[in-house]
Design a protein around this ligand. Sequence first.
Ligand code: AMP
Length: 330
Amino acid sequence: MECVVSGIRPTGRLHLGNYFGALRNFLSMQEKHQCFFFIADYHSLTTHPTPVNLRENVKTVLAEYLACGLDPDKCTLYIQSDLPQTAELYLLLNMNAYVGELERATTFKDKVRQQPDNVNAGLLTYPVLMAADILIHRATKVPVGKDQEQHLEMTRTFGNRFNRLYKTNIFPEPVAFNFGNQLIKVPGLDGSGKMGKSEGEGNAIFLNDPASVIRKKVMRAVTDSGPTTPHSQKPAAIENLFSLLKLVSSDETYRFFDDQYNNCSIRYGDLKKQLVEDIVMFTSPISEKIKAVESDSELLARAIRTGKEKAHASANETMKETRKAIGFSI
Ligand code: AMP
């Protein structure tokens, strides 16, 4: 059994991209491995959220993950700031993380370009905090996207450096969790790229969107005048609709519209109506569950407490050995 760690950004409501791209993998991982999933509220402070927004977003994300099936008895789901041992390990790792290597991180260079007025030290040392998140549980596997691979490499560097410096083997080398072809990219509704919160209004379908909103978003999705040559290649915007169909509809439905496309008889209005129906069928039970969990403060408090206790048990072990290796305990 592997030990897996993954962070969750507290950015509010989940969309279909988050569900099929990340959450579904979490659900399968919690069945097979020892998993630590944390809501990364320390990390989010680099953007200076207001306390009200931060609290609301953490609560929403927690409720949504629980509603979708993350089980506090099967995994450790905790709020990052409930585990201040992470902050201590971050401080210790910072002593051997060099400004030069941190400045070379691609994500840091991007941030400097994007927000020149807020280049804070938290952004520079983001990879060290990420290393602390992973090393605190001595994880062996980390589900990361392409953009995080460099950070994972840095985590290995910091862990190995610590081990070498203090002649210990406390920290194992974490590697990327390989999902093979299970890792999918969910397209947005604007005809290009990927479903995402920041890609503009109407691009993403959120799990708790009401049916009327889902209908409006899907019906407005970009299409064209239809194929004129049988078996022609689908343009990107059309391919996107078919990809969504593949996720939420039955194989028969998918084949039905695919055949219609291939013989040039397709009517996109019909495809969209079917897509709306199938998305609503998929999201409405989840949406109901989210509402129920969000209003159950006792359930939320219990989940937070359980996660915190399990995370502490794991982190305390690591910190005991780490502090000893450094020479803190006499
Ligand atoms: P975000 O909070 O938007 O960064 O998304 C959290 C995670 O959800 C990402 O790390 C991805 O694993 C996943 N995700 C987000 N959008 C998509 C998408 N359109 N397709 C597939 N996975 C996605």
